[in-house]
Design a protein around this ligand. Structure first.
Ligand SMILES: Nc1ncnc2c1ncn2[C@@H]1O[C@H](COP(=O)(O)OP(=O)(O)OP(=O)(O)O)[C@@H](O)[C@H]1O
Ligand SMILES: [Mg+2]
Length: 447
């Protein structure tokens, strides 16, 4: 970003400090605007569109924390650095809680000032700050990525309709968060949002969890239960990991969606329900359908609109923003005075692989905050946290790798003879072919 066009707004009730700060920043080539009143600052932001705000915390009238809240509400991508006297950092963190870019402690160090300013400015998108909004439906989704912005615009459109939505996205990309946001943006917002993880509930329990039961319907059913579908009545039912739903239950789910009625286990009566369904999966449902594990009629009913959440590695511009957001939230939760990353630590965060996406980033930051002993998270802590977590692959991925290795060994042993390989694996040839296809293994290559 060229500093010639970059404007910084300084807010402090101490005029001497304002002047000093202004001289220093102008000396570094920035355009500087100043005011000694937070109330005025808001008007100046709308008029002048600065790229960064540096504000004192304690001021008569509107204070720095309130100013920050107002900026968050109206100009969510405008970075704010808070100036604070020694000892008030926990207040600052508690007051602002999320999103504030950083703190400078008075008396500030000139170099530290310039470093923080540069880092903050990297976040600021020129000319865009006024367009940003943190409407409440999407308030929990922290992002500045254009990819995510266009996804959210689509999500908002879909929310207004009652269409079924299918969310695709690798594990940890924020599928559940987006499902909640769609619910919040919809006319159903005041009604319940009920999430069901179809992969986590044992097959025999899933049906009764979803559709409910009457007392005595099966052993252990000692009172009536209305079930999750009816709990979501009027609102949104989020079917997470829908790709894991067993086939017999898929039939029942489809019937329920078509007839808009639920029949609890052991009951003759049908109960009308009015729900919107949002489903999510990290599986490739085209493959699941091709291999007969997912019904296509159900698929088309659930996927009236499909939205794909990009992997974190496809929107690295979100990493600094998310990392700082998590850092502030966690520092607050752990009651620790950690308020930033060293430049090297941030660099590694930006470059890392992030196969576990936002969830993994959250875990890395959490581990770093828990172990950090100073105000700035050093490179070492990030390195360690990423290593420990990268070593652990998710269960599905581990199983996929194991299967691929196993099939490769069989093909090598049999010189690519599918019939012999299948019989060694005690599978029929058709099944075995499907397995090979799923792992893109070509038997001819093993001859
Ligand atoms: N853009 C974001 N801003 C803030 N927090 C986020 C964002 N995306 C994800 N998170 C957080 O990351 C974690 C994982 O998100 P979520 O559970 O929605 O992902 P998911 O895609 O459903 O993951 P999984 O496939 O593992 O179930 C949650 O704690 C969520 O709050
Ligand atoms: Mg999830």
């Amino acid at each position: 970003m060229s500093t010639a066009t970059t404007r910084i707004l300084l807010v402090d009730d101490d005029d001497d400090l304002l002047r000093l700060l202004a001289i220093r920043l102008e000396g570094a080539g920035y355009g500087v605007l100043t005011t000694n009143k937070a109330e005025q600052a808001l008007a100046m932001i709308s008029r002048e569109r600065p790229h960064l705000v540096i504000t004192d915390l304690r001021m008569p009238g509107m204070d720095g924390a309130a100013l920050f809240e107002a900026i968050r509400a109206m100009h969510s991508s405008l970075p704010v650095i808070i100036l604070t006297a020694h000892g008030t950092i926990p207040d600052a963190v508690a007051a602002t809680n999320r999103g504030v870019f950083g703190y400078l402690t008075k008396p500030y160090d000139a170099q530290e000032l310039l470093t923080q300013v540069e880092q903050a400015l990297r976040l600021s998108v020129i000319g865009d700050s006024s367009k940003r909004h943190s409407a409440s439906w999407r308030a929990r989704i922290v992002t500045q990525s254009p990819l995510m912005e266009s996804l959210l615009a689509q999500a908002q459109l879909v929310a207004a309709s009652d269409a079924s939505v299918m969310l695709y996205g690798e594990s940890g990309t924020g599928k559940e968060l987006l499902a909640q946001a769609i619910h919040q943006a919809s006319a159903r917002a005041k009604k319940p949002f009920v999430a069901v993880n179809c992969g986590a509930i044992p097959e025999n329990l899933l049906e009764s969890e979803l559709f409910g039961y009457v007392r005595g319907a099966f052993t252990g059913a000692n009172k009536d239960y209305i079930g999750l579908v009816r709990e979501a009545d009027g609102g949104t039912l989020f079917l997470d990991e829908i790709g894991d739903m067993p086939l017999p239950l898929q039939v029942k789910l489809l019937r329920m969606l078509e007839q808009r009625e639920v029949r609890p286990l052991g009951e003759a009566k049908l109960h009308p329900v009015n729900i919107r369904v949002i489903s999510a999966t990290h599986r490739n449902l085209d493959v699941e359908m091709a291999e007969g594990r997912f019904r296509s009629d159900l698929f088309y009913r659930l996927k009236v609109v499909a939205l794909s959440i990009p992997a974190l590695s496809e929107r690295r511009d979100d990493i600094p923003l998310l990392a700082r957001h998590f850092l502030h939230v966690l520092a607050d939760r752990y009651q620790k005075e950690v308020n930033g990353f060293s430049p090297e630590a941030m660099d590694l965060l930006i470059r890392a692989r992030w196969s576990g996406n936002v969830r993994q980033l959250l875990n890395v930051v959490e581990q770093a905050v828990a172990l950090s002993t100073g105000p700035i998270v050093p490179l070492m802590l990030i390195q360690n946290a990423i290593q420990t977590l990268e070593d652990i692959v998710p269960f599905d991925e581990a199983r996929r790798r194991f299967e691929a290795d196993y099939l490769t060994r069989l093909l090598k042993m049999t010189g690519g003879n599918v019939a012999s390989a299948a019989s060694l694996a005690q599978r029929n040839r058709t099944d075995f072919y499907k397995l090979l296809q799923r792992h893109s293994l070509e038997p001819a290559l093993f001859k």
